[in-house]
Design a binder for this molecule. Sequence first.
Ligand SMILES: [Zn+2]
Length: 440
Amino acid sequence: MSNAPKPIETLITGDTVITMNKERTILSNAALAVEAGEILWIGDVNQAESLFTPAQRFDFKGKVIIPGLVNVHGHWAMTLVRGLVDDCALEQWLETIWRVEAALISPETVVVGSELAMIEMLRGGTTCAADMYWYYTEVTEASRRAGFRIVTGPSFAEIEGFEDYRNTNHSIAIEYLDHFADVPLVHPCIQAHSTYTTSPTTLELVKELVNQHGLLFVTHASESRGELELVQQKHGQRPIAVLDQFGLLGQHTLLAHCVHLTDEEISRLAETGTSVAHCPSSNLKLSSGIARVAEMLAQGVNVGIGTDGAASNNDLDLFHEAQLAALVQKGVTGDPKVLPAEKVFSMLTIDGAHAMGLSDKIGSLEVGKSADLAVIDFSSANLTPCYDYYSHLIYALSVGDVQDVMIAGQLLMHNREMLTLDEVAVRAEANRIAGEVLKL
Ligand SMILES: [Zn+2]
């Protein structure tokens, strides 16, 4: 066998690589060999130089490379209504937002809002995100054009004013699921908005689709006290019991929020392997409450972190969300040991990947996984000196420290400049649409 260096597509080098593998290995002077978007090899820089002749190189000297962040819950195009209605409760907030959205949304506006969301998420080191919104086919195409990794799919809901939108059309849903079944960077899922916006007939249909396609199921659950009342009126039970009754809890289920859970419900989520998308900013801002995350984790429930939509957060900054998640749990439990920095960073990466059924592809930097990563400039004043990487990532970093972002071996942001999305044009379009919103 020849000892000649092997030609490869890409060699990425950096001072430090935080792998988030099982052993939580942190490598110094490390390199990643990338072929066809996947990590082929990971190890010492000098060894890499003797093993490979790369066609292209990305040298991140003095920088820290981390797995790209995973945003497990959001509504991308809601960037268009960010700041339109604040400081009121969920039910009143939804009433206003739904009224505006019903008049505003079209395939074109949803794509602009989604592109704006991708730009913001990339700036914060996010490489994979879930979206629950209308015109998911157009959003998926926009995401593919940008080279961003998306988890989305038909979202069933019976909301007044939205009857005409094609999301609830069963045949369109099937068409989507078939068309995107095996498309790179697209991870189709099946969604129901919530149990208060879906009838038993719709939940039955959703269950059938989930079983037929073996895909991830996503829904909002137990977000507010008002929701508990609505679901009680509609189904005669609490949201978790309704989902359980329809066979919709399990390892392929991701529930957004789960703010109001009983002890029994937490146990049931743990028992069934159901994952939770924790969205603390949205829950606090809408006064929905504080999810019992420390108790969920103690019981073995897998929890990822989501920003929710930009109208209830109001940003898509996952690092900020993670810091808030950690601080709030310490505050409410009176125990500073809960949600330590390393665990919170795993919620942002590998646990989030697990919540979306993608832990074999993303969430850590390991051989065989996709080269989805972010490059952090640890020379910033707020990250100097550094005793513990996880501590800085959760408690001290700001989005401006994210320098480059790569998805499946393709750079989407370099030195904070977007490479696949036209940021100036997208912002101009968003401002034009805002002019329309103001006339509504
Ligand atoms: Zn949501």
